[in-house]
Each structure stands twice: as structure tokens, then as C-alpha cells.
Design a protein around this ligand. Structure first.
Ligand code: GAR
Length: 200
């Protein structure tokens, strides 16, 4: 199965997928990586692994919703051109809209650095999530892999992994603990979905 991975930054979760693929953990291959930001390290990781990498930045001349739709359609075209059976948002910070959601229903997943449905939604990404968790005095946090639907961080949950919030945690220390779980969760999700498609 061809997999398209969407990224915006460091790409450590992309790296986890690349490493798992090399180790034969799932029957599929990352066929393309798309970043909505130029020059990010995730693109470097793709290049080092010999994976075609595309930079598709949002068109700032458009209004917010038009911008989301237009970028989503560009990504859909890339996914269809690669005959992708699965799209993985691995640290992707743009919000997808329009045809891609229906066309890839049940075959498009997002990784979120908290235990959804808590601490999700627009504006809740990266470090902001960890700061909110700490400010609320939560005793645990974690990560969630869920299917993408029309909402933001609202689709059906596939996997959640929990970590404790420790005394003296900072957003950075909590993020680091969660990152380790994310790498396992995103690989498990891809193993599950590539396996499922072989059976159906
Ligand atoms: C991850 O923690 C991921 O959960 C988060 O961005 C980070 C990317 O790390 N995604 C979101 O916040 C999406 N709402 P990475 O670039 O090292 O994979």
C-alpha cells in the first residue's frame, strides 16, 4: 500500500514510520511526503530515505477557508497521483477540508499530542497542548491517533497511549515523554490499517 505522510516540522514521527518500514513492520511504503512549510527537517528526512518530497505551502492571498480547501485539493491530487491507500498526518499543522476528507474517509489519520477529546480543536497544537495540560493540573496526558473527519481533532479514535504528568514537568519534558509514545502509536496505527486493507 502506498502511504502519503503530511508533515510541518521536525518529522520524528515520519522517521518512526520510515524506520518501521525498513524493519518490515508493515506492508506498505511511504510513497511521498508533503510539507506545508518550506525548509523543515522532515523534508530532509524524506530526502535521506529516498522518498519524493513536496513543499505545498498555503496560498496566503486566499481567505482562511479558501486557503484550507485549495491546499487540501493540492494534497489530494498528490495522493491520487501516487495511488495512496492511506494518508498519515504526522505533525501536520494545516487543517484539511473538502474532497480529500470524503475521498479518503477511513483512510486518513491524524496524530495529536494529547488524550482526545481533551485538548484538541483549532489552535491546539504542539507545545500549546502541553502548556494547557500542565496549566489544568492534569495527572496524565498522552497521544491519540484518530481518523480525520470534517471537524478538527474530532474523528473516531483508533489508538490512545497514556503517560503520567510528573511533578516539575515542563512543556518540553512532557512533550518528550509523549513523543516516545507517539512514535509507537503512529506505527501501530499504520500496521493496523495496512493489515486491515489486506484482509478486505
Ligand atoms: C507531534 O507531537 C504531533 O502530535 C504534533 O506535532 C508534533 C510533530 O512532531 N501534532 C499536532 O500538534 C497536530 N495538532 P514531529 O514533527 O517530530 O513528528
Amino acid at each position: 500500500m502506498n502511504i502519503v505522510v503530511l508533515v510541518s516540522g521536525n518529522g520524528s514521527n515520519l522517521q518512526a514510520l520510515i524506520d518501521a518500514e525498513k524493519a518490515g513492520r508493515y506492508r506498505g511504503r511511504v510513497a511521498a511526503v508533503v510539507s506545508d512549510r518550506a525548509g523543515v527537517f522532515a523534508l530532509e528526512r524524506a530526502k535521506n530515505a529516498g522518498i519524493p518530497a513536496f513543499t505545498e505551502e498555503p496560498d496566503k492571498s486566499l481567505s482562511k477557508e479558501a486557503r484550507r480547501l485549495e491546499l487540501s485539493d493540492r494534497i489530494l491530487r498528490i495522493a491520487e497521483a501516487r495511488d495512496a491507500g492511506l494518508i498519515v498526518l504526522a505533525g501536520f499543522l494545516s487543517i484539511l477540508r473538502g474532497n480529500i476528507i470524503n475521498r479518503y474517509s477511513g483512510r486518513i489519520i491524524n496524530l495529536h499530542p494529547a488524550l482526545l477529546p481533551k485538548y484538541g480543536g483549532e489552535g491546539m497544537y504542539g507545545e500549546k497542548v502541553h502548556r494547557a495540560v500542565l496549566a489544568a493540573g492534569e495527572s496524565e496526558s498522552g497521544c491519540t491517533v484518530h481518523f480525520v473527519d470534517e471537524g478538527t481533532d474530532t474523528g473516531p479514535i483508533l489508538i490512545r497511549r497514556t503517560v503520567p504528568v510528573l511533578d516539575g514537568d515542563t512543556a518540553e519534558s512532557l512533550a518528550e515523554r509523549i513523543h516516545r509514545e507517539e512514535h509507537a502509536a503512529i506505527v501501530d496505527a499504520v500496521v493496523t490499517l495496512t493489515e486491515k486493507s489486506r484482509k478486505s
